[in-house]
Structure formats: C-alpha cells, structure tokens
Design a protein around this ligand. Structure first.
Ligand code: RIB
Length: 293
C-alpha cells in the first residue's frame, strides 16, 4: 500500500493569451475546474499506474469537497483517513495558463486543518505502507510528524519539497528520498550542482522538466533523460513524476529504472489540460518507455 499525505484542491483554470499586469483586466479564452492539489495529484498518479493508494488529507464541508471525495473514490483511492472540516473551505488553486506556462495561487483552506494529531490517528496505516509520499502544501508540523513516524516504523518516505519555503533541515534528514525541481533545489540547498547532488547519494533526485532528472548514485552523477512530447499543460507534471517514482520504488524497481519510469509518466501527463487528465496508466508508460522518440 502507498500512503499519500497531502493537499487536495479544486483547480480553477483560466486559459489566456497573456497574464494581466498589475491593475489590468483581460478577457480569457476558457475556464475549467479540475481536481488538483499536490497530494491528491500524486495519489491519483500512483493509483492510475496500478498502486493500492490510501490518501490522507482534509477538505471542507462544501460542494468542492464533496466533488473531490467522489473523484478520489472513482480513482480507486481509499479515503478512510480524509478529514472533513466544517469550519474551513476546501482548498482551491487559481491557475492561469498563458504563454506556454502556468502561474498558481493556492488558498489552502481545509488543507491547513490537517494536524499532527490527525496523523497520530493514521499511525496504524503508516507501518503497513510500502511507501509514504508527502509534500509541503500542508502544515510543516504535520509533515514533520509523518516523517518522524515513518522513521520510527522504518517505512520509506518520499518528500516532494513543494512549495520549498517551509522545507527544513530536519525534514531533509528524515526523508528517504527528496525530489525538488531545480528552482526548489536552489532555494533549499543554495544551488544546483553535482557537488550538491553528491551530498545525498541515492536520495536527492532533482527534476529538470523536459530534460529529465538527476541524482548521485554513490559513484557518479546519473542524468536520466526526459521525453520529447507535445505540451498542452505542465500543471501536475511534477506530481505525476513523484506519484510514479513512489509507485516504481515500492514495486521494487532500481532507482535508475524508477526515475526513467517516472520521467516517462510525467511526459505523458503534460499532453492534456488539467493536472490529472493526462496521468497515464501502467501500459501507457510501458509504451512510452518502449518507443523512445
Ligand atoms: O502541482 C500542481 C498543483 O499545485 C495544482 O493541482 C494545484 O492545486 C497546486 O496545488
């Protein structure tokens, strides 16, 4: 079982030709709502690939919360440990897609109600997990409690330090794997270089967008290349990488193969609009791995 602890949002997505500057009003091209949130995205990515996934998070007692619960259930994800907070709204992310990239503002709402004491309640499922995945869109003290319990029960834990601002040295030390993108790596470790990769062998895996990902295997820096693809929307590509990486490691893949598998999954995810719409099945990833272009 893979346990994902993290955020769940409704993504409010606007497509426009360009972003408005301060004080400007623009007419956009389209508006859509999609299930999102880094935690729920990573849970769906792992479940689509065939993982048995348990999601731990928090939503509000509102229509977005209800829609997101139904969606997670439809994806075959266990939500027995999803909390419902009647005092907070479900998390939302306002996403502008323009000029080939996204800009996101997240209002955490009920995601910040997920407390360390709630994690104590899920203590029973953590030791049964073959992999725990956690990100930083929930309270840092909650993430710390997850990492402490995983360390105590010797359960491998993948920390995706996004957003990077609340990542602490203690979190890094307690994680089994840490997966910043290049910008997050610079924010957390003060730079991105082979020397920095070498400080955490087989643990620090830096994602590099279309260029793939890199880590140090104890002997050399391994660059695992990405896949050429037609990009529609990059939202959720990092989450697909993390869900797929956690899935592949928990299935017993060696790290290089797991990273290659995760790169292929992420490359498929960007071909559709919305964070989760393009997330692939196991067979989709196998085909992409077999037909490298
Ligand atoms: O990583 C992408 C996600 O970030 C979006 O789905 C949005 O909800 C924000 O949490």
């Amino acid at each position: 079982m893979i346990t994902v602890v993290g955020s769940v949002n409704m993504d409010l997505v606007v497509e426009a030709v360009k972003r408005p500057v301060q004080g400007e009003t623009l007419l956009g091209n389209s508006f859509s709502t999609f299930p999102g949130g880094k935690g729920s995205n990573q849970a769906v990515a792992a479940a689509r690939l065939g993982g048995n996934v348990n999601f731990v998070g928090s939503v509000g007692l509102d229509s977005f919360g209800e829609d997101l619960q139904n969606h997670l259930l439809k994806e075959g994800i266990c939500i027995d440990y999803l909390d419902i907070d009647n005092a907070q709204s479900t998390g939302v992310a306002t996403i502008i897609l323009a000029e080939g990239d996204n800009s996101i503002i997240v209002v955490p709402g009920a995601n910040f109600s997920l407390s360390p004491s709630h994690i104590q309640k899920v203590n029973e499922v953590l030791p049964k997990s073959s992999m725990v995945i956690v990100q930083l869109e929930i309270l840092p003290e909650t993430v710390e409690r997850v990492l402490e319990l995983c360390q105590k029960h010797k359960v491998p834990v993948l920390l995706n330090p996004a957003p990077a601002a609340s990542c602490t040295k203690e979190m890094i030390e307690m994680a089994t794997y840490i997966t910043p993108n290049e910008t997050e790596c610079i924010e957390i470790f003060g730079g991105y270089s082979d020397e920095i990769l070498k400080t955490y062998p087989n643990k620090l895996i830096v994602t590099l967008g279309a260029a793939g990902a890199a880590y140090y295997d104890g002997t050399e820096v391994v660059q695992v290349s990405g896949y050429k693809t037609s990009v529609v929307d990059t939202t959720g590509a990092g989450d697909t990488f993390n869900g797929a990486l956690g899935f592949a490691i928990s299935e017993g893949y060696a790290l290089r193969e797991a990273v290659q598998f995760a790169n292929a999954a992420a490359s498929l995810s960007v071909e559709k609009l919305g964070a989760q719409q393009g997330m692939p099945s196991f067979d989709d990833v196998r085909n992409r791995l077999a037909n490298r272009n």
